[in-house]
Write a protein that binds this ligand. Structure first.
Ligand code: DSN
Length: 416
């Protein structure tokens, strides 16, 4: 596929070839990653990247946008039908810019946002002190029950009444449970706050009907397009018509310049793919695989944070296994199982070497792995954790992982 690149820039080409081999020969269990289709990759690598298109369809600041208008309008209308949304803005460059655009549209600097604590599954852009947004807005955090993951709405209501947030945020990056959007909306109405959901992780499950859809209930919903939705790296905002003007103005010209038209095209393709019946089957299997993996790990005495999973991911507390999250991540990478270290609720360790790892099934499900393979993966994880210093054992497991990976190509059409 990369003949011109090979001639022009052999160094970049070589890295991309190595990355392709890495992806082919490992099993990707990172909950936020996936394999975009060849159609999405073709749209991303298209001539649309050559165009500037500041503005919105039919209201551009540059000539020559007839076809980019067509692409963006297609992406918008598909996003609206996919999520059942009144309005869609497909221009955010990714999830963090999408969230910042919502804050910019609806809040004034210093206003309060009520969101989930990072250690309980919240996201950096929901107010971690290391982010710029935490300097612009005042974040107050609710928590979830450490054992069950349930959100205590009595606590959320009390916090909302005390702190008077302008915006209440539901939506998480390492949270494995269903979300009660109705309760959040009830509390937001009590205190006159906007409701925002960040569904980046679970968008694919939502459009397939495998998880609740907050779009009709909430004022605004943000998502990335590259996780369970399996599209290009990018962001998307869905909102009620009554705030559409504010959202659009915040994205452009508020925060961004020209959108990335190649990415708009790839989003249109991704939404089209997600509208197909096969995508529903895919999302169902993601959940089945996560549940099977969870069961197989519990059987091997792993501690699953919040007890189990109701979506595509699970968080393992490794404290009883006497290994840190980073050591586990590194040892698993040696055998070709790719996961990420992750903080757990009330973690006593630091984020760069926390007590947990996060595991997700969207990418391996795209490759075609089923419940029986989750049993094999759990067995390998267990063996790696118990033998993390035994290089001979790790080499043996690595061979088995590679064999399974090679049976399930990342792009069957190309035999990759
Ligand atoms: N980095 C993403 C994740 O892994 O959840 C969120 O931004």
């Amino acid at each position: 596929m990369l003949d011109h690149l090979k001639k022009t820039d052999p160094e970049t080409y070589a890295f991309l070839q190595q990355e392709l081999e890495r992806q082919k020969n490992t099993l990707n269990l990172i909950a936020s990653e996936n394999y975009a289709s060849l159609a999405v990759l073709e749209a991303l690598g298209s001539v649309a990247t050559n165009k500037y298109a500041e503005g919105y369809p039919s209201r551009r600041y540059y000539a020559g946008n007839t076809y980019i208008d067509g692409i963006e309008a297609l992406a918008i209308s598909r996003a609206k039908s996919l999520f059942n949304a009144e309005h869609a803005n497909v221009q955010p460059l990714s999830g963090a810019p999408a969230n910042l655009a919502v804050y910019t549209a609806l809040l004034k600097p210093g206003d309060t946002i009520l969101s989930l604590d990072l250690n309980y599954g919240g996201h950096l852009t929901h107010g971690s002190p290391v982010t710029a947004v935490s300097h612009f807005y005042r974040f107050v955090h609710y928590k979830a029950d450490k054992k069950t993951g349930k959100i205590d709405f009595v606590e959320v209501e009390a916090l909302a009444k005390k702190e008077k947030p302008k915006l209440i945020l539901a939506g998480y990056s390492s949270y494995s449970k269903e979300i009660d959007y109705k309760e959040f909306k009830r509390i937001a109405d009590l205190v006159g706050a906007y409701t925002m959901a960040d569904i980046s992780h679970i968008a694919g499950l939502i459009v397939a009907g495998e998880m609740q859809n907050p779009t009709l209930l909430f004022d605004v919903v943000t998502t990335t397009t590259h996780k369970t939705l399996r599209g290009p790296r990018g962001g998307l905002i869905l909102c009620k018509e009554k705030i559409a003007f504010l959202i659009d103005k915040a994205v452009f010209p508020g925060l961004q310049g020209g959108p990335h038209p190649h990415s708009l095209a790839a989003k249109a393709v991704c939404f089209q793919e997600a509208l197909q019946p096969a995508f529903r089957q895919y999302a169902k299997q993601i959940k089945k695989n996560a549940a099977a993996l969870c069961k197989a790990l519990l059987k091997r005495n792993f501690t699953i944070v919040f007890g189990n999973t109701e979506n595509h991911l699970l968080l393992i507390d490794l404290t009883n296994k006497n290994i840190s999250g980073k050591q586990a991540q590194d040892s698993l990478e040696k055998v070709g199982l790719i996961v990420n270290k992750n903080v757990i609720p009330e973690d006593t360790r630091k984020p760069l070497d926390p007590s947990g790892i996060r595991i997700g099934t969207p990418a391996v499900t795209t490759r075609g792995l089923k419940e029986e393979h989750m049993e094999m993966i759990a067995q390998w994880i267990d063996e790696v954790i118990q033998n993390s210093n035994d290089d001979a054992k790790l080499t043996q497991i690595h061979r088995q992982v590679q064999k399974l990976a090679q049976q399930f190509p990342i792009y069957k059409e190309l035999n990759y």
